[in-house]
Each structure stands twice: as C-alpha cells, then as structure tokens.
Design a protein around this ligand. Structure first.
Ligand SMILES: Nc1ncnc2c1ncn2[C@@H]1O[C@H](COP(=O)(O)OP(=O)(O)OP(=O)(O)O)[C@@H](O)[C@H]1O
Ligand SMILES: [Mg+2]
Length: 297
C-alpha cells in the first residue's frame, strides 16, 4: 500500500525537485523567496516553471506569501526532498506508514538495504507551538528557522547515535541522515511509560544506567531529556531490553550544566521506577556509577 508521503514524493519530477531545492538552499537567507529569483535559480523555461510551481502549491509542498509574490518551502516539501535523496543514495529502499509521533517529530516505517525494517524520523520543530499559534491567530505562520532547527537536530542525532552505537547496543543503530531526516533501527517494543507489569524492573534500570555510563565514559555526553517517554522496552527471549532514544539535546560532559542534567535524568528515571515498581535508586551512587567513579550501584 502506498502512503501519503510516499505518494506525494512519487508525484514529483526533476522540475519540481529543482524548484524545491532552490527554496531549500535559500532557507535561512529569506523567509520567502521572490518568484523572479526562484525562477532564475531553477533553470526552467517560463511555462514549465509556472506549471510546476502551481503543482507544488496544490500538493502543499510550497506556500505562497498571503500578499506578495514570494514562496517558501513547507515541512512536507522538505520531507519530500529528504526522502527522495535518501532513496537516490540507496539508504532507503521503501517508505511505509506512520509509526510514531513525538512533540517534535514524526516517524515512518521504512526499509533499508538488505530489506531490514527501519524508521525515518522527520524532525518537525515548531510544529506544536505552531499549532497553538494557528489556534489563536487563525492563520498559518511558520518560520524557515524551524526547518533549519530541524536539520540541526537531525544532524546532531545522527552523529551522536553513530558514536553511541560503537559502544552500546541499547540505542537505535543509524543508517543515514539527510536534511531533517534520520534513518535508524526500528525498535519493536513499547514506550516505558506504557509498559505495564515488568518482570524485572531492576534489570531494566540496570541496563538504562549501563547505557548512560557508556554514553558518559566513551562518548563524553549526557542525554539531558531522559524520561520514561524516551525509552522503548523491547522483549527478546523473555528479557526486557530498554533502548534509550531521542538524543539530539545531549550535552558534552564538559558543559557547565552537564552535572545538573545528569542528576535530573537520573532523578526522573529513579522517580518513575520507584512510583511504578517500588524499585529504589540512590542518586549519588548512580551519579558515581555513570561517571565511571564506581563500578556498581
Ligand atoms: N527507533 C525507533 N523505533 C521505533 N519507534 C520509535 C523509534 N524512535 C522513536 N520511536 C517512537 O516515536 C516516538 C517519538 O520519538 P522521539 O521521542 O524520538 O521523538 P520526539 O519528537 O523528540 O519526542 P518528544 O519531543 O515528544 O519526546 C517515541 O515515543 C517512540 O514511540
Ligand atoms: Mg521523545
């Protein structure tokens, strides 16, 4: 079955992609790109340009300014550019249905080389606050800087997962990144906050601390947004394996706030395990363990 995003990508040809690519290149320089500039940089003849631009507007890949003859890329336009490139480069071979939605991203199932199931995480920074704005203003505002912020988040997550996966299996492996999209391992499981009746909560907590320790000692970072919402529990041969996801906001352990963030991450997790399973964790011992100052908790 073809899903909306895959279908939209298929409707694009090289001329449409040329126009979208110009808008992408100008992100950050203009909020809206003037039509004359867009025309000149697209290298299309006038008739084709007009026809393609109209098509892109209808598909909601570009948006015209309410009063001026200027255009900007929408998130859907950026999604298509990223996916088309990932397919062209052979990173992704198939796009499937939507599998997850976060506050700042949407995730699609996909296939990567070797027919392995993966997910494409498309960052959508500003989407939630954007909806709130629409609610009270009644019209659409968006900012190219949000699209750029999404690209930065994707690059950070891709790079940090690339480092982390050398030291731990308990984060998603990554296969590629393009613009605001990260292609990563599909973790089949349940978010920790939804997971009930764990068989071995202490075992899961130990795994989580081991992953944080690997991240701290080997990669030199602190997650900084750890909670039961950013952990997926995958059950393998009756063993509950917690994967830590959602890394773009990590900080370096040299950051002046790193210690505060590490304590916050650990307190949040400790509170959850205490509340749900009655398992206790001593904060100071956990901090020493993660930092590699003690060998156990
Ligand atoms: N690799 C993955 N495999 C399977 N499901 C995933 C994967 N990564 C994320 N998800 C699902 O998608 C949801 C959103 O992912 P993630 O937390 O990375 O995005 P987010 O937008 O930053 O989230 P938020 O800001 O709401 O915390 C997760 O709660 C999880 O259910
Ligand atoms: Mg999250």
């Amino acid at each position: 079955m073809q899903h909306r995003l895959a279908r939209t990508c298929k409707q694009l040809d090289d001329c449409g992609i040329a126009i979208l690519s110009v808008l992408d290149r100008y992100l950050g320089r203009f909020e809206y790109v003037p039509e004359e500039l867009l025309f000149k940089k697209s290298h299309l003849n006038e008739k084709v340009f007009a026809r393609e631009l109209e098509k892109l507007r209808k598909l909601k890949l570009v948006e015209k300014h309410p009063s001026m003859t200027t255009y900007r890329l929408t998130y859907l336009g950026l999604d298509c550019l990223a996916i088309i490139d990932l397919v062209k480069k052979g990173v992704v071979t198939h796009i499937g249905p939507l599998v997850g939605t976060g506050k700042e991203s949407v995730l699609y199932l996909a296939k990567v080389a070797g027919d392995t199931t993966a997910v494409i995480k498309l960052y959508k920074i500003g989407r939630v606050s954007f909806k709130k704005v629409v609610r009270y203003r009644g019209y659409v505002i968006d900012q190219p800087s949000w699209l750029e912020a999404s690209k930065i988040a994707a690059e950070r997550e891709y790079k940090v997962l690339t480092s982390l996966m050398k030291y731990t299996d308990l984060v998603p492996k990554v296969w590629g990144w393009n613009r605001h999209a990260v292609v990563m391992e599909y973790i089949e499981g349940v978010d920790l906050y939804r997971y009930r009746n764990a068989r071995d909560p202490q075992g899961m907590l130990n795994y989580i601390l081991m992953t944080l320790r690997d991240a701290y000692i080997h990669v030199g970072i602190v997650h900084s947004d750890l909670s039961e919402y950013n952990i997926i529990v995958s059950v393998r041969n009756s063993i509950e394996v917690p994967y830590i996801i959602d890394w773009p906001q990590y900080v370096s352990k040299e950051d002046p706030l790193a210690d505060e963030y590490l304590r916050r991450d650990l307190s949040t997790i400790a509170r959850f395990f205490k509340r749900r399973y009655g398992v206790t964790l001593e904060l100071e011992k956990a901090v020493s363990y993660v930092k590699g100052l003690a060998n156990g908790i």
